[in-house]
Design a protein around this ligand. Sequence first.
Ligand code: C2E
Ligand code: MG
Ligand code: MG
Length: 762
Amino acid sequence: MRETFAIIYILLIILLGLFGTISRRSSKSVAKPVSYLQFTFIVPIVGNLILVLSENEFLSTIGSYIYSIGMDLMVMCLFDFSLSYCGISWRNHKKKCMILYSILTIDIIQYFFNPFFGHAFGMEAITVDGTLYYRLVPYAGQFCHRIIVYLAYATSLAFFIVKTIKVPRIYAEKYYVILFALSLGGIWQTYYIISRTPIDSSMIGFTICSFLIFYFSLFYRPFRLLDRMLANIASKLPEAVVFFDASDRCVWINGKARKILNIHSDNFEHVKKRLTSWFNIVDTGEDNWSTKQTIGFGKAAKHYAIEKHLVTDVKNKKIGYFLSIQDNTEDILNHQREIYEATHDMLTGLFTKEHLFNLIRNKVATDKDSSYSIALLDIKDFKMINDIFGNEVGDGVLKRVANWIRENATEEWIFGRLSGDAFGICYPTGSARLDVVEQRLSKFVISNGSIDQHILMHVGIYNVTDPSIDISIMFDRAHLALTTIKNEFNVHIAIYDDNMRDQVLWNQKISTELEAAIKNRQIVPYLQPIVNNNGSIIGAEALVRWLHPDEGFLPPFKFIPVFEKNGMIALVDKYIWRCACEILSSWKDEKSNLFISVNISPKDFYFMDVYAEIMALIEEFKIEPSRLRIEITETVMMTEAESRMAILSKFRKSGFVVEMDDFGSGYSSLNQLKDMPLDVLKIDMKFLSKAADNHRATTILRNVLRLSNDLGLFSLTEGVETEDQYKMLNEIGCQLFQGYFFAKPMSVADFEKLCDKNKGNL
Ligand code: C2E
Ligand code: MG
Ligand code: MG
């Protein structure tokens, strides 16, 4: 018996030492109290080992001390562990803990007085089965010790009892186990005390208890809890999940899967069959795979992503698998909607510019054998439609135009909205009958209530001859074609050709060169004589010329329209006016009576105060205002007629002679003529020159001259080319003449020479 228990105690000591050491290595917060508990459990066992081995009273007494003090230390550590295990903060119960620790410490100290007072215990020898043992005889001190130890032990037990009651059942098991183990140790120990056997076998119970504490604190994983948690998670997953065991039998399906597969009971026999027929799944037997399926058609179509995942045990052996089925229909529809919104114009439903360009780019790059045309359609004065009729009508117009394109398009056309009122189209060349389109455009009408509103649209077309250029450049070219008819009412379609591009480049070139050309005196005035009834030169018209170093002699029609468009005409005019004043101030003697007419472009009025400019020149060069005649055209009156008339009146009041140029060549308004502050009517003979009926031409001229006379205006006919014309005009009452018959426009020097030659006639 003695040997057996000695071996058992040694084994228990080794085991506890082992548990304690392992516990120390754990990083869990409970590890420290667990390891202390393991090590302090060793102390009473060592005491018992000494007791069981000794046949000597002194040694047995030492063993009893170690045993008793060990029990104090053990309950102290047990208390500490219980707080930690039950998640009770030491700080919150600091006072109570301190009291308990103090009492236990006092209990330990009292043993040190036992050798002197003999108040705690004594030893008695007993013989069991012929073997001598010493056993402890308890006195008051030992009874106190037992009460203290039991109280401390019971306090720890109480923590566990409260815990098992308070926490949900699923958590309680880890407290139950410890509670059970502690109770076992306690009962065993009580049995030992009551039975008064010399050998304390309850140490085995404490070691079991210690092991359970060790295991449950550090290694136990609450599988039932995990199980429930995972089951909860799986049932709440947004995707359907179906679990199979290793032999392909369905073991569980979550709520979503029940819905999709229409399974209402826990009988999962049909799950596999339904899965295969529903989703057309062909399981290749691979461990993991994924597939995408679309079930149904059109708007009712459902999109699923199905994945198979293998489930293995710790040794990586297959124990089953699960299928997850995700209904992606909403995501896919959202994605499709996002793509649609990013690629379509919300108002018209046509492609956006960026998307249209991408599509055209792909088309042109992939289909190299076909030839394509790029069309740019622009609604004329769309801003005005918006301003007058409101944005709603404006939006309606855009939708109508978009529909019109749809109606006219064939399947191969790609089209979209480029900006506010511009639409772009790419079509195989030849697939659009331009004559038909032209006709349809001319009749494009939108009904706005009872009113039919004609919408003017222009289309510029670029037949793609160079597919390598960027799409935006293709549209630039179509736009270029469009600008050539922007102000036309009867022409709706213009096709780009390379001359247009050359023209644009030319326009850019001369526009950048103009200022330097003025500075370097490449821009010069030519003078064309103006004669009276006797054929005497009484003045001249200043007509601009550009003596270009590369391009040679440039007549005005080559550059004036360009500068009229971009506003640079103001620079030219200001310069020619200055030249005219310079020339007038240089003329002396006979020539001092001559006048020079200068042209004023309608655009000049936008860029400067024409009156102030000319007055400043007159004052600078000290010239009589009557010698600088002002030529304006009817178009000057097309906008801001009243203020323009006021300016002309100011000119006349200051002594200038105001001439109406090119009368009869434009949209002459006879009505306006009567109110205009004018002195001279310059009749353009060119508009009659091609008239087949000479008699009719003469009749018209006669009547215009009479009208001029009636209005109290002087009349000047320009474009007189023959003697017959001169004679005829003279006969019918014209007073002044200008034309090739007398002289072409010439340099100032030539003009002066001509004047000198005709001195007598001046
Ligand atoms: P315009 O002011 O009506 O000038 C008369 C044009 O008729 C001149 O052409 C002149 O050369 C031409 N001409 C004169 N007699 C005859 C004739 O018997 N037969 C024919 N076929 N033509 C004749 P040009 O010099 O080429 O000027 C053309 C137009 O350019 C001018 O028409 C004027 O509108 C504009 N222009 C010329 N110089 C200037 C200028 O300095 N400033 C502005 N704003 N425009 C100018
Ligand atoms: Mg003129
Ligand atoms: Mg003229």
